[in-house]
Design a protein. Structure first.
Length: 792
């Protein structure tokens, strides 16, 4: 086996094989790898072996070192080196994983600590979605990607927690915070309980309190308000007994106050906050943000209790303190400003709300961005304020933008979408786009019925608007609309919406012709609002509604008193030239006219017309009604030449707004025809009345005014000696009125006049009292009545 030596890497040292350290005198040798994996000399025979090398092997032999031993030393080193490498890789993997999980936990806690707006987002499902969107935008990530990342890391944290040993409490707390940030409430509750049990085992009282508060927060989000109340009261008692008040005592009280509000005990919640800090002398402190939170919740509770004046004052104080402490250009100030605009809108201080709205929207866009749901919320507040000061064009643009934002973020049937549609319906109604208004209101009604039920004041309010619109558009209100609203479940008399539900039930009853029931309901609303807000707009609306019902019941003296009460509040709230007072002025003027006081009525009507021109509302239906009533006054005072051009202008406006195929146009056409008849222009007058009747007969769901128009046409036919035609027209009018009487349970207002006119007509044509009574009785029963012959 002699031969040449095989060279190996000259850099290889025996020390590397694990030998040099133990045998430092051993010189490096040329080795080769045998098939067994043992390093051997190229030749192991004595022949040809260098003498020095022989000495080395002799020395190794003397020391008990064999080639096999050297090989095992080398192998052990390789194993240890690989193990060390793998251990380092595992250590790096764990470090990277923990850093990633820690980042996720930190991001989740940013969601939990994001500014709270329970007054803007009363349902935590929405609040949490908004908080997630806000943090995702700050991280410059799509919100879906942000949620997905948290969900994946949550699974990993939960898997680690049971094997975490001393770190188990920390892992369970991480899992709970991430689950809560994702709004996974059952999981969050379970994980917080795991962390709490370990905190209790460790006798960590401070952490136990904190985790118990987190559990209360989770129950609030899950709408388990009774469990939340007990938990928060338990924590407060335990903190008091232990002498550990907590870092944010006012926040704890504010959260309990919100819980009590959600349990229908808003006054109890307000009492807690009023006792907790001086509502008149508090000052904001950056180091104690719970002061701002408590002050905000106090304003919110006042608003929910419809104590709008106090709520507005509290909101102004919050804004002032935010500007003082944080500055005018700050997120806290932006939110406080938006809150004040909202308070102004619901409290009917619209002029101030419209003044503040542009700045609120500007700040919101700066801090949240133009597509954020808070931007949609601020836009709607601004739109509402603008709409109620008569700036409908601006209001509609803002409301449409709010709708676009909310539709992009929330489901199509989300309540925020419903609020936007309801506001757009109101704006369209005010600008006489009644078909658009009906479409918006129907969309809002469907959403409200699904989200808050048929008895909610939101639902009833929209239904009331729709009923009015349907009459304007010549459609009968749904058969169950009045009865459904009247039969709706009333909230508790202490609930803030109690009076509004009564008011809307009264509106529905009146629209269905149930005037006595309507009067009773509205009187109950008045009693509630007189206690709650004696100078509020809600009370003014109650007074005006009752006045209209009393006017329909011919109780005119009392009706006038209530109209004046409502007008006084509205003028005090809005000023004498605001478009919101047009309706009550119009109704009061109509009362004056129908009770024989045309001069007083004419003065008010001219004021309405001036207001319509000043506020660019010449196409508004109330403006048209005022012009029509004024034309009637001119008719009754025999100023027909003045009335005629006014009526032609009314017809033009209504045609532009509604078209010709509707009851409103027909009514004004009939009124024009009467004026033409009084001017002795019989052919033109008859043609106008016949056109009105043709419109009424074509309307698919009936026409309330058709019997009146038929009565006028019958008189024209009788004057022209068209006896059979006049008789048939009278009978048609009476049959419609008797049907309406049967449906409503009481005679409609035109019945007496039409029956009287028909009686006079029959007398003129020779019928006796008995024959006339028999004929009317047959018509009331719906029986066929023979026509009068042509010669009679």
């Amino acid at each position: 086996m002699g031969g040449k030596w095989r060279a190996v890497n000259p850099g290889l040292r025996i020390r590397q094989a694990g030998i040099g350290a133990r045998y430092p005198f051993v010189h490096p040798v040329a080795l080769t790898e045998a098939p067994t994996g043992v390093y051997l000399p190229a030749s192991i025979s004595g022949r040809g072996m260098p003498k020095k090398l022989s000495y080395v092997f002799i020395a190794m032999g003397c020391l008990g070192v064999s080639a096999a031993g050297i090989a095992w030393e080398v192998h052990d080193h390789a194993v240890h080196e690989e193990q060390a490498r793998q251990a380092q890789l595992e250590e790096d993997r764990i470090r990277i994983r923990d850093e990633r999980l820690e980042r996720s936990v930190e991001e989740a806690r940013r969601v939990l600590n994001e500014l709270q707006e329970p007054d803007f987002w009363p349902v935590d499902t929405d609040l949490w979605q908004v908080k997630q969107i806000t943090v995702a935008q700050e991280l410059k990530r799509p919100v879906d990607q942000f949620r997905k990342g948290l969900e994946e890391d949550l699974k990993e944290i939960v898997a680690l927690a049971p094997q975490a040993g001393k770190e188990a409490r920390m892992r369970w707390l991480q899992a709970a915070d991430v689950a809560y940030a994702l709004f996974k409430l059952p999981e969050a509750e379970r994980y917080y309980r795991e962390a709490l049990s370990r905190a209790n085992e460790d006798r960590d009282t401070a952490e136990s309190f904190r985790l118990n508060e987190r559990l209360a927060d989770v129950w609030h989000s899950a709408r388990h308000f009774e469990e939340e109340r007990r938990q928060r009261e338990y924590i407060a008692t335990m903190r008091a007994n232990s002498g550990q008040p907590g870092d944010a005592p006012l926040e704890a009280k504010a959260r309990l106050a919100i819980c009590l509000h959600d349990l229908g005990k808003a006054q109890e919640g307000l009492d807690i906050l009023n006792k907790a800090f001086d509502a008149d002398r508090w000052e904001l402190d950056k180091d104690h943000p719970d002061i701002l939170f408590a002050a905000t919740i106090r304003s919110f509770l006042l608003h929910e209790m419809q104590r709008y004046t106090e709520s507005e004052m509290a909101s102004r104080r919050v804004l002032s303190e935010c500007e003082r402490v944080y500055g005018a250009d700050d997120l806290h100030t932006a939110i406080a400003l938006g809150r004040l605009v909202a308070c102004d809108s619901t409290g009917q201080n619209f002029s101030d709300g419209a003044r503040l709205a542009p700045r609120a929207v500007e700040l919101c866009g700066k801090f949240y961005g133009k597509e954020h749901p808070m931007m949609g919320m601020f836009l709607r507040f601004a739109a509402s304020a603008c709409a109620h000061v008569g700036d409908y064009a601006t209001a509609e643009k803002l409301a449409q933008r709010s709708l676009e934002i909310h539709e992009a973020i929330f489901p199509a049937d989300h309540i925020e979408v419903g609020h936007d549609l309801g506001l757009l319906g109101y704006i369209a109604e005010k600008t006489n786009r009644l078909a658009d208004s009906e479409r918006y209101f129907r969309g809002a009604l469907d959403i409200y019925r699904k989200n808050v039920g048929p008895d909610s004041h939101f639902t009833l309010s929209v239904q009331s608007h729709l009923n009015t619109l349907q009459w304007e558009l010549n459609e009968k209100a749904p058969a169950d609309s009045g009865s459904a609203a009247v039969g709706a479940t009333l909230p508790s008399p202490t609930a803030p919406e109690y009076s509004r539900v009564l008011y809307m039930q009264g509106q529905s009853a009146a629209q269905s012709g149930h005037y006595r029931e309507a009067a009773d309901l509205v009187r109950r609303a008045i009693a509630a609002d007189e206690k709650r807000e004696p100078e509020g707009v809600n009370l003014a609306q109650d007074y005006i509604s009752l006045a209209q019902v009393l006017n329909a019941m011919k109780q005119n003296i009392e009706a006038e008193a209530y109209f004046k009460r409502g007008l006084a509040i509205m003028e005090k709230k809005y000023g004498p030239n605001h478009p919101e007072i047009i309706l009550v002025l119009n109704r009061l003027a109509g009362l004056y006219v129908t009770t024989g006081r045309p001069t007083e009525g004419e003065q008010l009507l001219k004021r309405v017309i001036d207001l319509g021109i000043a506020n660019d509302l010449t196409k508004n239906l109330e403006y048209a009604r005022a012009m029509n009533t004024l034309a009637y006054v001119l008719q009754t005072t025999k100023r027909f030449d003045e009335a005629l051009p006014l009526q032609r202008k009314i017809l033009t406006n209504v045609e532009l707004t509604l078209g010709k195929d509707n009851e409103t146009y027909g009514g004004y056409l009939h009124s024009l025809g009467q004026t033409l008849l009084l001017l002795k222009r019989e052919d033109e007058g008859r043609h106008a009345v016949e056109q009105a009747v043709a419109i009424g007969e074509k309307l698919p769901t009936g026409c309330r005014l058709l019997p009146v128009w038929l009565t006028t046409l019958a008189a024209i036919q009788n004057h022209s000696r068209e006896t059979p035609q006049a008789d048939a027209t009278f009978r048609r009018a009476l049959s419609l009125l008797y049907q309406a009487e049967k449906a409503a349970g009481q005679p409609p207002p035109p019945l007496q006049n039409t029956a009287g006119a028909y009686t006079v007509f029959l007398k003129e044509h020779g019928l006796t009292h008995a024959e006339i009574d028999d004929r009317l009785a047959q018509l009331r029963k719906g029986e066929d009545v023979p026509a009068l012959p042509a010669g009679q």
